[in-house]
Design a protein around this ligand. Sequence first.
Ligand code: PGA
Length: 257
Amino acid sequence: MRRPIIAGNWKMYKDINEARELVAAIKRDVFEIDNVEMVVIPPFVDLAEVDEITTGSNISLGAQNCYWEKEGAFTGEISPAMLKSVGCKYVVVGHSERRKYFGETDETVNLKIKAVIEAGLSPIACVGETLEEREKGETLEVVKRQVKGALKGFSADFLKKLVIAYEPVWAIGTGRTATPDQAQEVHAMIRGLLKELYSANFAEEKCVLYGGSVKPDNIESLMRAKDIDGGLIGGASLKADGYVSMAKITSVLYSSL
Ligand code: PGA
């Protein structure tokens, strides 16, 4: 059985003091959970400090973005190796907000996945359709194209640490969640595609997270879906009690499966 991941994407929220407070409160309440991979994904400037607080705990650290070059004259950018040096294990790539506001494309997502894996980290590669694409009936086609573009040129062996997150753009930060059936349809397609591109084993092992208005109220029904292996959660992960309750609900559900 795949180990579920509950990842809190803090986006551009939480200064250093707020970050310290939030992660300390989460850590205090999740120490007994051992069947869920819990990840917090703060802004860059908080990473080193959050790492100090989470080191030795059951909480892992992730970053929200990176550049694909190893080093150089790239003012304002951060390399995967730098993220590793402050304790990161995961890096989100291709989040829809980065695609929308910062020009990220399937090609740059592909370059970033390569760089992240070469640095020894796990990419969380985000894919998802817009409302317009869904209404035109293009969801599966769009997501398929994004997954293929992201993984182009990589072997199964190279992609051991890959995590995929399906995040319908219309559900992010809108309070409008995909129903478990809507999400499951896309997750099943992604797993089928991984099988086609690589192998049945590869597809079975990979975690595919759902993201888009996940909250304590709806997480259980989403996590019950066969091909949903966790959540990438924004708004509801910004308060300790919200994050903790979603981690606990997932833990209880998975221990009963
Ligand atoms: P949301 O964000 O949970 O606030 O919808 C999810 C995400 O952007 O990863």
